[in-house]
Design a protein around this ligand. Structure first.
Ligand SMILES: NC(=O)c1ccc[n+]([C@@H]2O[C@H](COP(=O)([O-])OP(=O)(O)OC[C@H]3O[C@@H](n4cnc5c(N)ncnc54)[C@H](O)[C@@H]3O)[C@@H](O)[C@H]2O)c1
Length: 344
């Protein structure tokens, strides 16, 4: 298939693009380029990379594609808090704009990178795709509204699918340090300690970034009736874990002791997720990675590519710091989260 992947130059995209290509698909990217140069090892090249904003998508840009995979977003809670209104404009309006343009261009499949965080403060029982939403942040709410907007476009010729990904971990040419497993493993290397920012009790669903790519591929290649206007939680039951368990695993693998950051307390984002549907209906999405294997992978890569504490805690690998840096240089307008110039 000929697939347009937007957000291709971020953490997930840099793993997804080669994964789709290896499966025989042709990929074209579309990205605002906010994290260009924020590399961890060799960057992904060798495919058409368009630079632009998904909020400007036009049908003529999408002619000739079989599918769109929509990753572009304000991709976490701290970024979403920077400017909630603009977060809705990127995450909700941007998704719907891409989908409308795709539909008008005759593209039949639209895979949306949603998040388990839309379940929010869900209580103790594992939540399945039919559960109510209790978002606790603008980021979570923006994903809910995007799903609703996209679902309204579903018809005989247009099939949106919502992949509600667990929190990712694992190495990527566009590594992120602001997600928990990566953060704990990187800090074990740069500071010699596994430093917990919370008391470690919250439950989190985790999934390796390559297994997110596997789920997108599975949904892309699945029969239409399986994925038409449907949501899938992406992850697996064994990897819904308490953060302190992850910290202990990182400590065991790296030899660094577990410590608690000043003021580390409870965390309100605490939820368990049920992965029965994806296991039963998208068997090709079955995860290959375990959390300890992912920790070992990052641990090997930080030795191979090198990492300093300044880098790991700064704009190169922390999305909030990079966006603030771009805003500081005038390359990004914080008012509407738009690029004003192609960043260096
Ligand atoms: N990483 C995770 O743990 C995780 C978990 C669940 C869901 N997701 C979702 O998966 C997607 C990808 O996440 P990621 O970790 O790769 O994020 P990321 O921040 O690393 O990448 C996002 C990419 O989108 C681009 N982008 C942002 N706004 C844009 C716009 N208006 N127009 C064009 N490009 C724009 C950025 O330049 C960046 O390259 C996001 O939608 C995110 O919400 C991620």
């Amino acid at each position: 298939m000929r697939v347009l992947v937007d957000g291709d130059r971020g953490y997930v995209g840099a793993v997804l693009v080669p994964f789709l290509q290896a499966a025989g698909h042709e990929v074209v990217g579309l990205d605002a380029g906010w994290y260009d140069g924020c590399d961890f090892g060799p960057p992904v090249t060798g495919y058409e990379q368009r630079t632009g904003d998904v909020r400007d998508a036009r049908p003529e840009d999408l002619a000739g594609f079989d599918a769109v995979i929509h990753l572009a977003a304000i991709s976490n809670d701290p970024l979403g808090h920077l400017n909630p209104q603009a977060t809705f404009s990127v995450n909700t309006d941007g998704a719907v704009r891409m989908a409308r343009a795709a539909k008008a261009a005759g593209v039949t499949r639209f895979l949306f990178s949603s998040s388990c965080s839309l379940y929010g403060a869900a209580g103790d029982a594992p939540v399945d795709e039919g559960a109510e939403f209790h978002p606790v942040t603008p980021y979570g709410e923006s994903k809910i509204q995007a799903e609703r907007g996209l679902s309204a476009l579903a018809d005989d010729d247009f099939s949106p699918t919502f992949l509600r990904n667990a929190t990712a971990y694992g190495s990527s040419p566009r590594l992120r340090a602001d997600i928990v497993v990566n953060n704990l493993t990187g800090t074990a290397y740069t500071r010699g300690e596994v430093r917990l920012a919370s008391d470690g009790t919250p439950w989190r669903p985790l999934v390796h970034v390559e297994d997110i790519a596997r789920a997108f591929l599975a949904a892309l290649e699945a029969p239409r009736e399986v994925v038409h206007d449907r949501a899938f939680n992406v992850g697996r039951d064994e990897d819904v874990v308490q953060i302190r368990t992850v910290a202990e695993q990182v400590s065991e693998i790296t030899g660094a002791p577990v410590t608690f950051a000043a003021g580390a307390g409870a965390d309100t984002r605490n939820y368990r997720v049920d992965f029965t549907r994806v296991r039963a209906e998208l068997p090709a999405a079955a995860p290959h990675w375990t959390v300890p294997d992912g920790i070992r992978q990052i641990w090997e890569d930080v030795h191979r590519f090198g990492l300093t504490a300044d880098d790991f805690e700064g704009p190169r690998f922390v999305r909030l710091h990079r966006v603030s840096e771009l805003a500081g240089t005038g390359a990004l307008d914080l008012e509407n989260l738009r690029t004003t110039a192609v960043p260096a």
